[in-house]
Write a protein of this length. Sequence first.
Length: 372
Amino acid sequence: MNMKMKRPLVLAISAAVILLIVFSVQCQGPPQQGKAQDKKTAEEKQSGKDEKGEEKDTDAVPVQVVAPTIGDISSFLLFSSNLDSEKVVDIFPMTTGIIEKINFDEGQHVEKGAVLAVLDEREASINEKMAEMNYKKLKAEFERQKEIFQRQMISKEEYERLRFNMENAKLEWDHTKLLLSYTRITSPIAGVVTKRYIKVGNRINTSQLSFSVVQDREKIAVVNIPEQEKDDVFIKQKAVIFSAAKNVTGYVKRISPAIDPESGTFKVTVEVNDKKGIFAVGQFVNVKIIKKVHEKVVLLTKDALVYEGGRVFVFVVNEKNEALKKQVKLGFEEGNQAEITGGLLEEERVVTAGKSSLKNKTLVKIVEPVIS
């Protein structure tokens, strides 16, 4: 073979080799790149992150969290009662007559001795004036005869008779003044008129109830406590009286020494400090007698507690936004607050809303509560 024929053959073989190498590189490159991409995607799914390394919201459970607080909490005895007053009076007229005027009505405050109503006083007033005139007449006569007696111009018997008549007239005058005062129905205590039973023009007698007055400044609440708690109740023990969002303080004023054999309870009277008149006499209230107070302890809302098998748990959110299930120990409970005696740190974030969807190490997303 000559040299001219060999040269085209060598060029053809070289071109074939180059094409074979390029085809091999192209076939091997894309499959390796695809495997690497698939591996990266699988890792991201397992870690819950996207291409930028951020957590995916679609995989996280939305929750709301609170932080524990430091405060005081108490153990207590809780009862219901109706407020009463130390002084409640029903007022009856002291004489018979017709009502001419009423000065106070239901709901009005009265002072001690205030005239609540006035009866027709004409007859009583006339009798009082006649008795006064008779007394003054006999007194003047006695004074004249006294000088004569001192000069021994009348007997001692006559002098004593005149003195007796004068004193008797004085008693009669005092009596008519008392009867005249009975035409005014007065309040024996300071307080509030709770009932008015009479009207102007009514003829009343001494057996007819006219007013009821309650001293609203000295309110009490009477509760019946089981005998098992007798050792935990003492005089001057603190109490809280509340209804809805209103509350006032109080203290144990009296303790009955007797146990009711039928109910197994003893009566306790609680003094209510209600100078501003927040509650009314007769109003239904709750009475909380404080047994013991724990001060400056870790407190948590009961909404965060999970009860399982006689134990209590909470979910706390760590730095990776994972909900960790932790067992806690409880102390006193009061209202919606519980004392945490163990298992929780003050700085931890505790799940309240959304905890029913959680398991240990569930990925969560903290959301703010919606304010309506």
